[in-house]
Design a protein around this ligand. Structure first.
Ligand SMILES: [Zn+2]
Ligand SMILES: [Zn+2]
Length: 430
């Protein structure tokens, strides 16, 4: 069935419809006409767990409906914003219970001191209140943390993009090796932390990097509720409650009574958890669409669309890093000194991803639409996010990252790049 080679690209004939299908060694051969072999690994890939699968289905359905809402009502207030009030009422109720437990504990210990049971129950309440206490997040101890003085060019870029999307910059930038980027806060003062994964950063063009930062900083600008202190901590408390109230698996007579007594509170907690999760899922997905718009405003619509395509190649990045880690370890085994092992890792990764042809992206986009690819279960499906950026107003991009600025940032990241390359090579070889 093989057709002679044309240049370096060979052709074969689609077994389904007979159209010509280019064959390239590194990539899946598939048919653009009828869709033959678009998703060869789809059937064999491990399926997510039941709860995760359900959430993904829901995120998919909701993502589509939300997109339709947004596309129809350009200037109306965000859909379902009325849920926001209910979300906060629920979250504050959860925190109210924690405060009540704390007060009850103090009162029982202080006032019930003469009795036998008072201090015991009081101490128990205080212990539970302590477990439920709000968490503020902390700086990671195992990753390079950049402060302003160490990376002036990168922070200047972040500041410039932040100003465009209507917020302020960050306090620290944490670098890791992952194919990801995120924003959070840390400490009681809720200082801002941007996390940049080199697995993603290194395979982006300068303008795609601007779009990525525009997306992340957009989350601060739009006040993402799910990550906010009040709601985020309420979700945490509910998960702790659910764990505390979990039934004993093979109960004796005593535990059976406890299981029976905790039945109603357990399901109440579960109901609250599902409700709060659902209420914030909508807001979280809406926040993603808004953040994609700020990505376009900062970097340009074209760069934002390219960024969406890049999100689809996470698996290729992983595979390539693993391949390089094995190769580097083999070399180390022979001659080269160990701290040279990481040199060139990120540049090779970038070159590898740079060589991915448009046809492969087209295939991945089709797989994404078929399978409902999303970055995680709170993000809308990537193909819908891409469609939204394509159909939205065209933005020329207000921030340019030129070659000089890009080179300055690369110098500032040099130490983190070297250290993380070493870690990638070590970790993938275990
Ligand atoms: Zn075909
Ligand atoms: Zn996001």
């Amino acid at each position: 069935m093989e057709v002679p080679a044309i240049g370096s690209e060979r052709l074969r004939v689609c077994p389904e419809c007979g159209a010509d299908v280019p064959e390239e060694e590194r990539f899946v051969a598939w048919c653009a006409e009828c869709g033959w072999n678009v998703d060869p690994s789809g059937a064999v890939e491990p399926q997510p767990g039941r709860i995760e699968a359900a959430r993904r289905r829901l995120a998919h359905r909701y993502g589509e409906q939300l997109l339709a809402d947004i596309e129809q009502s350009r200037d109306r207030p965000p859909p379902r914003s009325s849920y926001r009030a209910l979300t906060y009422v629920l979250a504050l109720t959860v925190h109210g219970v924690t405060v009540a437990l704390f007060v009850l504990g103090v009162l029982l210990v202080v006032l019930g001191w003469g009795t036998m049971l008072g201090p015991v129950v009081g101490a128990l309440s205080l212990a539970v209140a302590y477990i439920l206490r709000p968490r503020w997040g902390a700086l990671p101890k195992d990753a390079p943390v950049l402060e302003r003085a160490a990376a002036p060019a990168l922070f200047a870029l972040v500041d410039e993009i932040a100003a465009v999307v209507g917020t302020t910059g960050v306090h620290v930038i944490v670098i890791d090796a992952r194919f990801n980027a995120s924003v959070t806060t840390y400490g009681l003062r809720r200082r801002r932390m941007l996390r940049l994964g080199l697995g993603m950063w290194e395979v982006l063009t300068p303008q795609q990097r601007v779009a990525l930062l525009g997306h992340e900083l957009g989350h601060y600008a739009h006040g993402d509720t799910r990550h906010g202190a009040v709601v985020g901590n309420a979700l945490h408390s509910l998960r702790v409650w659910y764990y505390l109230l979990a039934p004993t698996p093979h109960p004796g007579p005593g535990a059976l009574v406890v299981n029976w007594l905790t039945f109603v509170p357990r399901w109440a907690v579960y109901g609250m958890l599902v409700l709060l999760d659902q209420l914030t899922l909508g807001a979280a997905q809406h926040a993603e669409y808004l953040a994609d718009r700020t990505a376009a405003q900062a970097g340009s619509s074209a760069a934002a669309v390219e960024l969406m395509d890049r999100l689809l190649i996470g698996a290729s990045v992983e595979t390539e890093l693993r391949r390089q880690a094995v190769a580097a370890n083999t070399r180390v085994g022979r001659a080269a000194p160990r701290n040279d092992a990481g040199v060139g890792l990120w540049a090779s990764l970038a070159a590898h991803i740079e060589a991915v042809p448009e046809r492969e992206y087209e295939r991945l986009r089709r797989v994404s639409a078929l399978r409902g690819h999303s970055v995680d279960s709170t993000h809308p499906p990537t193909h819908l996010r891409r469609r939204r950026v394509v159909t939205d107003e065209r933005y020329p991009g207000r921030v340019r990252l030129d070659a000089v600025g890009n080179a300055a940032i690369e110098v500032e990241l040099a130490e983190a790049r070297r250290r993380l390359a070493g870690e990638v090579i070590r970790d993938h070889f275990r």
